[in-house]
Design a protein around this ligand. Structure first.
Ligand SMILES: NC(=O)c1ccc[n+]([C@@H]2O[C@H](COP(=O)([O-])OP(=O)(O)OC[C@H]3O[C@@H](n4cnc5c(N)ncnc54)[C@H](OP(=O)(O)O)[C@@H]3O)[C@@H](O)[C@H]2O)c1
Length: 244
């Protein structure tokens, strides 16, 4: 099995990289913005199955270069998991009210949280098409569900994840024609103890806060159980379908 974990340098992505190795991946590509400085590199660099590549998901030229390197070393990809996501960055904070709306922040979260899997699919198409049992996934979030939105707030994050779900749904339809055994899915990891959630863990009961390894194990099992008929769907960590 050849696996790509985009954003595998830390957090849930690193836990998914560990899971891929435990599952017997023959080749594993881990991307991060600064792979040599990442916790994944410190932990896993000695493993000969792993290739680390630098990739900023907002840098189209860098994505093209990293994907060209992957096309050189891999005949196909069996599992792709895109994990990049931000809720805060620099001065950007999740909006509590309409007065907090900032156009640049809305666009920034869209670029980091929604676009990555499409840019990767475009560049990695030769490794995705065929008839192998490809699982092409991205980490979304329950708060990206439009029908589930009862609390409001977090405009940019919610909208970027809803856009990610729609982009992945659209990809699922095209990829079904290029690879009838492919399944495209977005995944909700639960509330997971990482840098992203740290400032927002206050009201989360201890039994509702997963470790990254626990969440990764559950999502990996969900991917194991998917079939092409499930393509274009948002799944929670327990395998339940979250309506868009
Ligand atoms: N933690 C939760 O409770 C929770 C809940 C729902 C959904 N999620 C989603 O889960 C995913 C992983 O988040 P996490 O909890 O593991 O958070 P994290 O530890 O903060 O990791 C964020 C990841 O996003 C990557 N990233 C950020 N900006 C990027 C950019 N411009 N280009 C490429 N990669 C970039 C980071 O890569 P670098 O190492 O290069 O910085 C890192 O791998 C996100 O999509 C997040 O929205 C998390």
């Amino acid at each position: 099995m050849n696996v790509l974990i985009q954003g595998g340098g830390r957090g849930i992505g690193l836990a998914l990289a560990r899971r891929a190795l435990a599952a017997g991946a023959e080749r594993l590509v881990i991307t991060a913005r600064q792979p040599e400085a990442s916790p994944a590199h410190a932990e896993l660099a000695a493993d000969p199955r792993i290739t680390f590549l630098a990739m900023d998901i907002t840098d189209d030229a860098g994505i093209r270069a990293a994907c060209a390197a992957m096309r050189d070393i891999l005949p196909r990809l069996d599992r792709v998991i895109c994990t990049s996501g931000i809720l805060r960055e620099g001065e950007i904070r999740p909006e509590k009210r309409i007065a907090d709306i900032d156009a640049e922040a809305l666009v920034r979260l869209y670029r980091v949280n929604a676009l990555g899997p499409m840019l990767l699919a475009r560049e990695l198409w030769p490794l995705l098409k065929g008839d192998h049992a490809l699982r092409f996934s991205a980490i979304s979030a329950r708060v990206g569900s439009i029908s589930d939105n009862r609390l409001g707030g977090w405009y940019a994050y919610r909208a970027s994840k809803a856009a990610l779900n729609q982009l992945m749904r659209t990809l699922s339809i095209e990829l079904a024609r290029a690879n009838p055994n492919a399944c495209v899915a977005t995944l909700h990891p639960g509330t997971v103890d990482t840098d992203l959630s740290k400032p927002f863990q206050g009201g989360v009961p201890a039994d509702k806060l997963f470790s990254a390894d626990d969440s990764a194990g559950r999502m990996w099992a969900v991917l194991d159980g998917l079939t092409p008929q499930d393509s274009g769907t948002l799944f929670a960590y327990d395998g339940s379908v979250i309506p868009y």
